[in-house]
Design a protein around this ligand. Structure first.
Ligand SMILES: [Zn+2]
Length: 308
């Protein structure tokens, strides 16, 4: 079961140095989620040969243009290609009226259902949930309302312990009940707790997406122990005053968040156009949190299955 993050855009504000505005694809089991959709995202989807018809849920952090100006282009391309399956967009409340207006004035009649779910910028909330995955949005601190997203694999069902059940002649219903975590009764007098007959399964994996935000230690408990954290690092710490003024973070600050949250790996991105060479940003982050990578467009960052 895959859990991969592919970077489509890693620059802040504008396209520069062959880098594009924010966007990434997250592959979790059968899902393909798109997170932010800066200008040019559909070109990036084509460039990296992604099956973009499989995207069914799109998450938009906030309404600065470098995070959603690619959305109307992508949505109308789907229409031209006569998509029929629904798309759900999670984002700030004003996003629906912006997109509906763009569709209306261009007389675009979508061939597929389009649903909007508003994110809350004053509290943490579960915005998506199915049998495999849960997505939580949480407020961050930016010049306009903005949320981060936490993608969490659901806890896997426990595994039936073949040795423990081999003499019990269980029915298929009893197997199913055990996998669901239930206790079972074999007869009037024979009863087993779930733990007696099952083994723990693989631990679930999590990915946290945090952009755009001031250095915000209050998010640490929300993203704690994430397997992978993407945190914006718009500036080097020598420009910390500029970062504060524009409600962004520095590479050092991103690394400090990763360290405090005890995540396994950090990806830094959302780079200012003032940096053509990104290696000073990487070095600065690695001084505080060694297990750091740059968000390089096209790169896939995989979260391997965890061991018990
Ligand atoms: Zn922004």
């Amino acid at each position: 079961m895959s859990f991969d993050v592919q970077i489509l855009g890693s620059n802040s504000a504008m396209a520069a140095h062959n880098r594009h505005p924010s966007s990434q694809c997250i592959f979790i089991h059968h899902h393909v989620f798109l997170v932010d959709c800066g200008e040019g995202t559909q070109f990036q989807l084509q460039k990296y040969k992604l099956k973009f018809f499989r995207i069914d849920n799109i998450f938009i952090s906030h309404l600065h243009g470098d995070h959603y100006f690619g959305l109307i282009g992508l949505l109308t391309t789907y229409q031209l290609l006569r998509r029929e399956t629904k798309i759900t967009i999670f984002g700030p409340p004003q996003l629906e009226s912006i997109i509906r207006l763009q569709l209306e004035v261009s007389d675009s009649k979508l061939t597929y259902p389009l649903e909007f779910v508003s994110t809350q910028t004053d509290e943490t909330s579960i915005i998506f949930e199915d049998d495999d995955v849960e997505v939580v949005s949480f407020p961050v601190k930016h010049r306009i309302p903005c949320t981060g997203f936490l993608f969490k694999e659901k806890v896997f069902p426990r595994k039936v312990n073949a040795d423990a059940v081999k003499d019990l002649k269980l029915s298929s219903e009893q197997y199913y009940a055990l996998r669901k975590g239930e206790d079972i009764r074999i007869s009037k007098d024979i009863y087993f707790s779930n733990q007696q007959l099952t083994l723990p399964n693989l631990p679930p994996r999590t990915y946290a997406y945090c952009t755009d935000t001031l250095f915000l230690p209050s998010i640490v408990p929300i993203i704690q122990y994430a397997d992978l954290l993407y945190h914006e690092s718009t500036f080097l710490n020598e420009s910390a005053a500029r970062a504060k003024e524009t409600f962004h973070s520095t590479a050092y600050q991103a690394a400090q968040i990763a360290k405090d949250a005890e995540v396994k790996h950090l990806i830094i991105g959302h780079f200012s156009s003032k940096y053509q060479d990104l290696s000073p940003l990487l070095r600065e982050a690695q001084d505080t949190f060694e297990d750091t990578s740059l968000a390089i467009e096209g790169m896939i960052y995989s979260i391997p299955k965890q061991k018990n």
